[in-house]
Design a protein around this ligand. Structure first.
Ligand code: 6PG
Length: 246
C-alpha cells in the first residue's frame, strides 16, 4: 500500500516524520522490546533530526531505538559528506543515543566492497539471519534525488539489478566514487518505508516515478514497493506540485 501525505513546507514534513518515528518506536518497543530504523542521508532528514533534538520529552524513548543507515558515502565518519556524521551531529550526540545502538556503515574501508561485506555481517548478526534471509526493519527513511535515485541506488548502476546481496557498493559515475547501500529487496522487506521528498526540483521526477512508465533503471525509486509493509511518501507542496490534482 502506497500513499502520499502532502505538507506545506519541508519543516512540516520533518516534524510529522519525527512524530511518526516517535509513535512507531513507542508502540514497537512496548510490543517487541526493540525498534530498528534505517536513516537516509541528504538534507531533508537533518530537519527531522533537529526537530527531534528539541523534543526532550521523547529522548528517553529515542535512546532505546537501534539506528542503522540505508546508505553511506564512501568516506570516513568524520568527513563532511558522511551520512553518519550528519546524523551524529544533528541527532545521535544531541540525544546521547548509546553507541551500542548505533550501527553505522564502515565506509572508512578503502575497499567499498569490503565496507558492504562488513555492514552485511552487521545485519546478519543483529537480525540473526540464516542463509538467504532478509532483515525486516521496522522503519526505513528514504530520500529521492531529482534523478530518481533513492538510498544510493542510482540510475544505470549495478545496485538497480542487485537482488541477492543485502548490501552493495555500486560505482556511481556521476560522482566518480563508490557508494554503499542497502539493496532494494532489503528496503522492500521493511514494515514501513517513508520517503521524505521536498523541493520543486523533484516535482517532475516524482510524477514520473509515481505515474510514469515503469523503468527502474532510469528511475530506481520505482523499485521501492514493500512486500508486506506500508509505503508513505511525505512531500512538501513544491515536490508534489506536478502530481495529479495538485
Ligand atoms: C544520500 C541520500 C540520498 C538522498 C537523496 C535526497 O546519501 O545522499 O541517501 O538518497 O536521500 O539524494 O537528498 P535530499 O533530501 O538532500 O534532497
Amino acid at each position: 500500500m502506497s500513499r502520499n501525505s502532502i505538507f506545506k513546507t519541508p519543516d512540516d514534513v520533518a516534524r510529522s516524520a519525527g512524530e511518526i518515528l516517535i509513535e512507531q518506536a513507542g508502540t514497537t518497543l512496548a510490543e517487541n522490546g526493540r525498534f530498528t530504523v534505517a536513516l537516509s542521508g541528504g538534507s531533508t532528514p537533518k530537519r527531522m533530526y533537529d526537530d527531534l533534538a528539541q523534543r526532550g520529552e521523547h529522548h528517553d524513548l529515542l535512546r532505546k531505538i537501534d539506528v542503522f543507515w540505508g546508505d553511506e558515502r564512501h568516506v570516513p565518519p568524520d568527513h563532511p559528506d558522511s551520512n553518519f556524521g550528519a546524523a551524529k551531529q544533528h541527532f545521535l550526540d544531541r540525544l546521547d543515543i548509546p553507541d551500542e545502538r548505533v550501527h553505522r556503515i564502515p565506509a572508512e574501508e578503502a575497499d567499498a566492497d569490503r565496507a558492504a561485506e562488513r555492514y552485511e555481517r552487521t545485519l546478519i548478526d543483529f537480525f540473526q539471519l540464516g542463509p538467504k534471509q532478509v532483515p525486516r526493519f521496522d522503519l526505513i527513511f528514504l530520500g529521492m534525488g531529482p534523478d530518481g535515485h533513492t538510498a544510493s541506488i542510482f540510475p544505470g548502476t549495478t545496485a538497480v539489478q542487485e537482488a541477492d546481496a543485502l548490501v552493495t557498493a555500486p560505482w556511481v559515475e556521476k560522482f566518480d566514487t563508490h557508494r554503499i547501500t542497502l539493496t532494494w529487496p532489503v528496503i522492500n522487506n521493511a514494515k514501513r518505508v517513508i520517503f521524505l521528498v521536498t523541493g520543486g526540483d523533484k516535482a517532475e521526477t516524482l510524477h514520473e516515478v509515481q505515474h510514469g512508465e515503469h523503468d527502474p533503471d532510469r528511475l530506481p525509486s520505482q523499485l521501492i514497493a514493500p512486500d508486506e509493509g506500508e509505503l508513505l511518501w511525505m512531500l512538501d507542496e513544491a515536490a508534489a506540485s506536478a502530481l495529479p490534482g495538485s
